[in-house]
Design a protein around this ligand. Structure first.
Ligand code: SF4
Length: 291
């Protein structure tokens, strides 16, 4: 049995930056309460590590960011790598909180693109994942943005404007994007298409697509992470067996019986330690299989 790590995989620059911002805030605001509005990046291991440093993550799928912000009365609030609505940021400042924004520069770039085209009178069609904080931050720009998550949503669109722009959440699957944007171009031939999948996401996805001889693919990451789950979706095109695991503890030895080439990739928010543990464990199993 051969074990190979797919490159690139794991942490992207946006995630590293966001985690560093939180650690720096801890140093600079010692003794103060520090809150993160949502998960800083979508990985519970990262959140657990930060909680050991006394950093409080406020994350409740049943509550809006606005409601979560109402729970903070003092100290520091950090906005996550996925972005935040301007209104929430303004409210935090008005409450007298120290505000730190860890939004990834790639998300900000998409936000600027959307804002700019709304200002110029364009109808904006935005492809993303429902209830994802990045999509929510973009949609907060205007109730007029056409939010689509599926092909069915395209059928429902009824736009009468010479100026239409189509764009997307940064962590979507590039294969899904091609299909969705192809359909939109058929429906609105004059639309401008701006593909906004970030480099980190597309490089990780394409590296998986490039593997032609794999038997098993392990995708290490959190199910909440959109880029992680899209890696698994893309992997299913070329691998018979794809497992999304949060750590080595999720590996079932039986899944490896009779398998030869085992590949490991990881989402952009997966800590390196977890990936190493998975690789070490698989290498141990491979060594055992030779005994
Ligand atoms: S996956 Fe892309 S958009 Fe998200 S934090 Fe990383 S670089 Fe930024």
């Amino acid at each position: 049995m051969e074990i190979r790590r797919i490159v690139p995989s794991g942490y992207c620059k946006g995630v590293i930056n966001a985690i560093n911002i939180v650690k720096k805030a801890r140093e600079e605001h010692a003794g103060e309460n520090i809150y993160i509005l949502g998960m800083i990046v979508h990985n519970s291991h990262v959140t657990d590590e930060l909680s050991k440093m006394g950093i409080i993550t406020l994350d409740d799928p049943l509550k809006s960011k606005d409601e979560l912000l109402d729970e903070i009365d003092e100290g520091v609030v950090i906005f996550t790598a996925h972005g935040i609505a301007d209104s929430i940021k303004e409210k935090a400042i008005a409450k007298g909180l120290t505000v730190i924004d860890a939004t990834c520069s790639d998300v900000l770039k998409t936000k600027e693109l959307v804002k700019d085209h709304l200002d110029k009178g364009y109808d904006v069609i935005y492809f993303g994942k429902k209830k994802h904080p990045e999509a929510e931050s973009i949609l907060s720009l205007s109730p007029l943005i056409h939010f689509i998550t599926s092909k069915e949503d395209i059928e429902q669109l009824d736009i009468d404007n010479d100026r239409i722009i189509v764009t997307n959440q940064t962590t979507m699957s590039y294969l899904e994007l091609e299909e969705m944007f192809g359909l939109l171009k058929e429906k609105y031939p004059h639309c401008i298409i701006e593909k906004e999948i970030c480099n980190a996401t597309s490089a990780r996805q394409k590296a998986v697509t490039d593997i032609k001889d794999g038997d098993v693919l392990y995708v290490v990451g959190d199910v909440k992470s959109n880029n992680t789950s899209k890696l698994a979706t893309i992997g299913r095109n070329s691998f018979q067996n794809v497992y999304l695991i949060s750590s080595k503890d999720d590996i079932n030895k039986k899944d490896l019986t009779g398998q030869d080439k085992i590949y490991v990739t990881a989402g952009a928010s997966t800590p390196p330690k977890l990936i190493d543990e998975v690789l070490n464990y698989l290498n141990e199993l491979a060594a055992e299989s030779l005994e």
